[in-house]
Design a binder for this molecule. Structure first.
Ligand code: ACO
Length: 362
């Protein structure tokens, strides 16, 4: 089969008006606007509007009450269950049965509820909920999120989380976005599409990486030996989390932006992270000559989130909050396309045979 592309690598599956990262890492643009011109100028709620509606319009509504499923001990798992439950809880219709306006409204409701759920869960079961009147003092979606979590947040932490949410909001046809588009292509409801994306995002080679990055930084902080640490990881044949990318053949522009944010905000682990980054890039150049393995978004995300006092176990749920924006935009775009996604496999299994020929038949 001449059109066989293992893992769909390099296959262009759709035309999009949302975003597609430049391979050379020059920039990342959301509907044509560079993230460097968004971060610090508008808030994440406006970026949700830009991605989904193509303009800085109404953005996200306030959150509604939401179901609280079992507490599994993993907030990423809990938010995925809560989002899934929104369909029966709110009576959401399946995509094929509703118009674009309704899909957009459902996306906004589910997105903002996912954020509220994560903030509430981050606050923990032990603390009383922040009074609604204090949450309502917030001027932006991210400030609301931080108030629901912390009560009276440090404004610099709000700034850091807003920057992170914008940088991580959208990134073309990555694995979790592809997943949401597959679910949307078959007409599943918005909550099912987003919940599918949350599951895929949890993988350590995708959205689960920054937690591991922070552990790396902490270990180097303890040992004071970034070079020894890097060689140890590579000698064991393991991967340095926060480096390498399937699309970029240069530094990820989000890493560049978040490094600058971490520097400007005076992140406490900035210096150790920079030393580890230098050692990692040298180590990777030496061990993998001919390959471009540069810093990806996860590395500096970990430093920025750490500055905002976000614990490592919250990193994947935080990524989920950011990426609901991109997923929402893609679900709507896929719905408008109205064609199911169904690639094919090349079958290389046994030739036709009888059940008697299969091992274990008796
Ligand atoms: N550390 C060490 N070696 C690496 C790394 C790394 N971070 N990344 C790639 N390599 C090596 C691989 O071992 C492989 O070497 P080999 O051919 O000698 O076996 C070679 O570079 C190519 O690696 P692939 O896995 O083929 O590259 P791919 O494009 O498939 O992977 C990925 C991209 C998954 C991001 C990879 O670079 C990786 O595992 N990085 C660490 C995890 C990480 O940071 N994930 C976050 C990604 S960003 C995001 O999802 C938002």
């Amino acid at each position: 089969m001449s059109d066989f592309k293992p893992g769909l690598e390099g296959v262009v599956a759709f035309e999009t008006e949302i975003a597609e990262p430049d391979k050379d890492g020059g920039s990342l643009r959301y509907r044509g606007v560079d993230i460097e011109d968004l971060i610090g100028h508008v808030s994440f709620g406006n970026v949700w509007g830009l991605l989904v509606d193509g303009r800085f319009g109404p953005g996200l509504p306030p959150a509604e009450p939401f179901p609280v499923p079992v507490h599994s001990g993993d907030i990423r798992v809990d938010v995925q269950s809560a989002v899934t439950m929104l369909a029966p809880y709110w009576g959401l219709s399946q995509l094929i049965d509703i118009d674009d306006e309704q899909v957009r409204r459902d996306l906004a409701r589910v997105s903002v509820t996912a954020l509220s759920f994560v903030a509430q869960a981050a606050r923990g079961l032990g603390l009383p909920a922040v009074p609604q009147k204090d949450i309502d003092k917030a001027e932006t979606v991210v400030e609301r999120f931080m108030r629901r979590w912390r009560g009276e947040p440090d404004p610099r932490h709000v700034q850091a989380v807003d920057a992170y949410f914008i940088a991580a909001a959208e990134h073309g046809l990555n694995a979790s976005t592809f997943t949401t588009r597959i679910a949307a292509s078959v007409g599943a409801d918005v909550a099912a599409c987003i919940s599918a994306g949350i599951g895929t995002l949890s993988g350590p080679l995708h959205g689960g990486a920054p937690t591991r990055v922070l552990h790396m930084i902490e270990e180097v902080e303890r040992s004071g030996d970034p070079v020894g640490y890097v060689h140890g990881v590579l000698d064991r044949g393991e991967r340095l989390m926060g480096f390498g990318h399937r699309v970029y053949h240069a530094e990820d522009p989000r890493a560049r932006v978040l490094r600058q944010i971490a520097r400007d905000l005076g992140a406490p682990r900035f210096e150790v992270a920079e030393a580890l980054e230098r050692a990692a890039l040298d180590g990777l150049r030496e061990r993998k000559p001919g390959r471009v393995l540069a810093t990806n978004v996860e590395f500096w995300s970990a430093v920025v989130l750490d500055f905002a006092e976000v614990p490592a176990h919250m990193f994947t749920p935080m990524f989920t909050c950011a990426r609901v924006a991109g997923w929402s935009a893609h679900i709507l775009e896929q719905k408008r396309l109205g064609r199911i996604l169904r690639p094919r496999l090349r079958y290389v299994g046994p030739d036709a045979r009888k059940p008697q020929e299969v091992e274990g038949w008796s």
